[in-house]
Ligand binder design. Structure first.
Ligand code: MSP
Length: 497
């Protein structure tokens, strides 16, 4: 049994959960469920990022304490993830006292190693980003994200010697000691590391009063990004001793969108190198999507609530549609219209229709085991392509394997016309229906990571209980071993919209 540790970013608690957050979280959930399904020991971490000036300001505006504000907003994320069946193993909040304590220990460790020093920082600061920008990064003198004029600030602060890690990072990324995917994103990071001198990074703030106090000087707080990154360690129970790492460390995949790749591919590994902690195995930065051609943003007022979309298409429907719509890793556009089309073609007419067709044919029939050679070969190929796709995080390819299997089975029904066989060839009827039921069982497995509720409905219609379902995956992948004893009908899985 191998272990599999996967993380999403921890989302800013100031924002409402939106479809962009759901995208990363659903993708991570599919991988977590897939790895559980193949028998791996999985830990899936997500959570909320809860410090910073912006949060304090929003709380003030709402007449709440920052902690109350964080509690309320963080709970919203948990609720949304529950309604999307996100099977996280821990939901980390950076205001957890345990996170705070461990972060302080880690920072002390870096101070002791002389990798943190005191200095003065002067720069152009965007309050909304809580980030300094170099003049080069500004667009017409404005913050590239908020299009606001940054303010000039000078402050006492502490620096982390990021510059000391430039060479080793370059080498690690080049030699695949640190895997960054997709290739295009890796090249971006390499390009940056080759062309620019890494500057030391200011890791404390004087002005931010809602943060973790810097242990050496409590008039300063630790820069949110620095402590937020440490969630990946504190979230699995790290106590702050680099020599005693939790069993799940290092992460097998750290998932995020390209917007925050640099923090994860440069600052984060440098912090780990500094602490002498092994690096994550893979950092994967997927693309950004727009909704109906527009960037989702608060100012445009077009933030899409994932629950609203799940109410239209069901939670499984949304999970499927998110990952079927855009090749993972690339940018793309999604829209309600595209979702309706895909829902109707793939889920209502495709999967849903096939399941109800087969269950009707099998109603009240006694069916004995039969091994169809063609199907045995077919599912072998499907599983192999599907698994390869998921190992590569090519969700859309795994989905097209599922669709191709559905077409294959539909074609088989059209050829065999089983409804005629009851009168002409009862043996052949049995074999065809067994093959169809066995195909549904395989489909239930194939869709499980993407659509766990639908998968469970199919399993229970087939009379397969949980125990049998969790038996060895290699057994489950065989075709023609399982007996079907009590077939029941299920209500339409995906009503046509
Ligand atoms: N709090 C930081 C992360 C700290 S991790 C140590 C943060 N939070 S965030 O709430 O802004 O979330 C950013 C992430 O949300 C992206 O990396 C991505 O995973 C997801 N997405 C937000 N909008 C998205 C799209 N429009 N498209 C795709 N992913 C999106 O950054």
């Amino acid at each position: 049994m191998s272990k599999f540790y996967i993380t999403t970013p921890i989302y800013y608690v100031n924002d409402k959960p939106h479809l962009g957050h759901a995208y990363t979280t659903v993708a991570a959930d599919v991988l977590a469920r897939y790895h559980r399904m193949i028998g791996d020991k999985v830990f899936f971490l997500t959570g909320t990022d809860e410090h910073g000036l912006k949060i304090r300001k929003s709380a003030e505006k709402a007449g709440k304490t920052p902690q109350e504000w964080c509690d309320e907003n963080s709970a919203k994320f948990e609720l949304v993830w529950d309604s999307l069946n996100i099977s996280y193993d821990n939901f980390i909040r950076t205001t957890n006292p345990s996170h705070i304590e461990v972060v302080k220990r880690a920072i002390k460790e870096l101070v002791e190693k002389n990798l943190i020093y005191r200095g003065k920082y002067e720069g152009l600061y965007c309050v909304d980003c809580e980030q300094y920008y170099s003049p080069k990064e500004l667009i017409n003198g404005l913050c590239p994200i908020h299009r606001k004029k940054p303010v000039k600030l000078v402050e006492d602060c502490y620096f982390f010697k990021l510059s000391a890690f430039q060479k080793i990072l370059l080498k690690l990324i080049d030699d695949k000691g640190l895997i960054i995917e997709p290739e295009e994103r890796k090249n971006e990071v390499l390009g940056f590391l080759k062309s620019e001198k890494l500057e030391d990074i200011a890791i404390t703030r004087e002005r931010v009063r809602w943060g973790i106090p810097f242990p050496e000087n409590e008039s300063q707080t630790i820069y949110v990004w620095i402590e937020a990154l440490l969630n990946y360690l504190t979230g699995i129970g790290w106590q702050g001793d680099p020599k005693e790492l939790p069993e799940f460390w290092p992460p097998d995949i750290q998932l995020m969108a390209k917007d925050i790749l640099r923090f994860h591919a440069v600052v984060w590994p440098a912090m780990l190198l500094a602490l002498e902690i092994p690096l994550p195995k893979k950092i994967f930065a997927h693309g950004f999507f727009t909704f109906a051609g527009q960037k989702m943003s608060k100012s445009l007022g077009n933030i899409i609530d994932p629950v609203e979309i799940a109410n239209l298409f069901s939670s499984d429907g949304l999970r499927y549609l998110l990952l079927a719509s855009v090749p993972f890793g690339q940018d793309g556009d999604i829209s309600r219209g595209k979702f309706y089309d895909r829902y109707n073609s793939d889920l209502a007419n495709g999967l849903g229709n096939l399941v109800s067709r087969v269950l009707k044919l099998a109603k009240n029939k006694k069916i004995t085991v039969y091994r169809d050679k063609n199907f045995q070969e077919k599912v072998k190929v499907i599983w192999s392509n599907y698994q390869k796709a998921l190992e590569e995080l090519a969700f859309e390819k795994a989905i097209s394997e599922i669709q191709s299997f559905i077409s294959f089975v539909n074609q088989f029904i059209d050829e065999k016309e089983p409804w005629k066989l009851t009168k002409t060839d009862i043996n052949e009827f049995n074999n065809v229906i067994y093959t169809l039921l066995e195909s549904l069982r395989h489909l239930a497995w194939l869709i499980y990571p993407f659509m766990p509720e639908t998968s469970n409905k199919i399993f229970s219609a087939l009379g397969i209980d949980k125990d049998e379902k969790t038996k060895e995956f290699t057994e489950a992948k065989k075709f023609g071993e399982v007996k079907f004893e009590k077939i029941s009908q299920c209500s339409p899985l995906f009503p046509r919209l």
